[in-house]
Design a protein around this ligand. Structure first.
Ligand SMILES: Cc1ncc(COP(=O)(O)O)c(C=O)c1O
Ligand SMILES: [Zn+2]
Length: 396
């Protein structure tokens, strides 16, 4: 017997066209992503700080605002929010936190999106799951597919970090390596999926990865005891986490938990792949494809994010900003975060340290403001990047 669902329908994020959430949908007919809409009045009746205290420490604790199928779960979510005092002092920020997403199953926040998407796909009768990946999403999909008892196909650039390739193989996925970028991998999945009978789990091409990732916003609210931080710095590739958190904040407002105020969202990108920053600086509402994308932060190597309109509008709505960080700066910041605070970060996470320093130096972030850096992945999977970081640290 199915439990009653709070999901009312799917709605196009661009043209507002509605779709039946009880059957499989991917993109809107207009080509843009679909978002799940809930009966938030009903959700709010049982989703309170008090009730949450007794719930399991996974993101499925927010069941009322997630799909209501039996979860395919590996214990994801409720990651640590670490007050980083020494790093904060070195930047001039009194309330600096790292949300350490490296603590998730498969070592990245991609687990959040995949637990929700795979759960829903399984329930909708998917026979095989496929996705292009910059690295971590592939590992997460392969793991959750294994946990669901479903085959998976992961399509990745041939120069993806070795650990990401190995984990996919270990989880029993079919791994396709292409000489190209994630955008080429996405085309490969799109061209093969119908013939092969794959369920496409690409970023924003199904509605539920956003739902899993939005729980980062719910967790911040819970970890800050019913409040939200002033500023959130997020390493942005496809932007799913940023879109998801902003969606969570809108849902919270509708449930009466918060008012109209929002944390200022900061999209941090690599100098070598910065479509969102380029569009932001040019005051555009959409992003152009970023040519010759190259960065050591493989998760940020997303030259043409499908969610560009959403990301840019959320930066505007929250009075946020967008800025780039160079690869060498990320490597250096990774060492600083590790040595000062004991957090072994992915270069994507380390990028947010530099961004915070730059924004504190210009006064955009004030010393007393509460600031959250998202370390989106563990450093343990980035042996190539860390080798480079530690080599450059050696005395001459
Ligand atoms: C460690 C890490 N950080 C950030 C990102 C970018 O994520 P999003 O698509 O949510 O912007 C990725 C994506 O692969 C990643 O692996
Ligand atoms: Zn549409």
């Amino acid at each position: 017997m199915t439990k009653p669902s709070n999901v009312l329908e799917l709605e196009c994020s661009a043209c507002s066209k509605k779709y039946d959430a009880s059957i499989e949908h991917h993109l809107c007919t207009c080509g843009k992503p679909l978002l799940a809409r809930y009966d938030l009045r009903r959700a709010a009746a049982t989703l309170t700080l008090e009730i949450l205290k007794a719930r399991p420490l996974t993101l499925w604790r927010y069941a009322e605002v997630l799909p209501n199928d039996d979860p395919v779960s590996l214990g994801e979510g409720m990651t640590a929010l670490v007050l980083v005092k020494r790093l904060g002092a070195s930047i001039g920020l009194q309330r600096l936190f790292v949300k350490d997403e490296g603590l998730n199953p498969t070592g990245s926040f991609k687990a959040r999106g995949m637990t929700a998407a795979v759960t829903r796909a399984k329930h909708l009768g998917a026979k095989a799951l496929a996705a292009p990946t910059a690295g971590n999403a592939g590992g997460a999909l392969a793991a959750y597919a294994a946990a669901a008892g479903l085959p998976s196909v992961i399509v990745m650039p041939a120069d993806t970090p070795a650990a990401n390739i190995m984990e996919c193989q270990a989880f029993g996925a079919k791994v396709v390596k292409l000489n190209g970028l994630i955008s080429d991998c996405g085309k490969y999945v799109a061209e093969h999926k119908d013939r092969e009978g794959w369920y496409d789990i690409s970023t924003l091409k199904e509605p539920y990865r956003v739902e899993g990732k939005k729980t980062m916003g719910y967790e911040l609210w819970e970890q800050f005891e019913g409040k939200l931080p002033d500023v959130i710095l997020y390493p942005t590739g496809g932007g799913v986490g940023l879109i998801g958190m902003c969606k969570a904040f809108d849902e919270m407002q509708e449930m009466g938990w918060i008012g109209a105020e929002r944390p200022r969202m900061v999209a941090v990108q690599a100098e070598g792949c910065a479509p969102i920053v380029k569009a932001w600086e040019a005051h555009k509402s959409s992003a152009a494809f970023f040519p010759n994308a190259a960065t050591i932060a493989s998760g940020l190597r997303v030259p043409g994010p499908l969610g560009d309109l959403l990301i840019l509008s959320m930066l505007r709505q929250t009075k946020g900003t967008a800025l780039t960080v160079a690869d060498d700066e990320m490597l250096q910041a990774g060492r600083e975060l590790a040595a000062l605070e004991g957090i072994f970060a992915a270069p994507e996470g380390a990028a947010t340290v530099i961004a915070a320093r730059k924004l504190a130096a210009t006064g955009w972030i004030k010393p007393h403001e509460s600031v959250v850096l998202f370390n989106t992945g563990t450093g343990y999977k980035y042996t190539e990047a860390w080798q480079r970081a530690l080599q450059s640290a050696r005395p001459e």
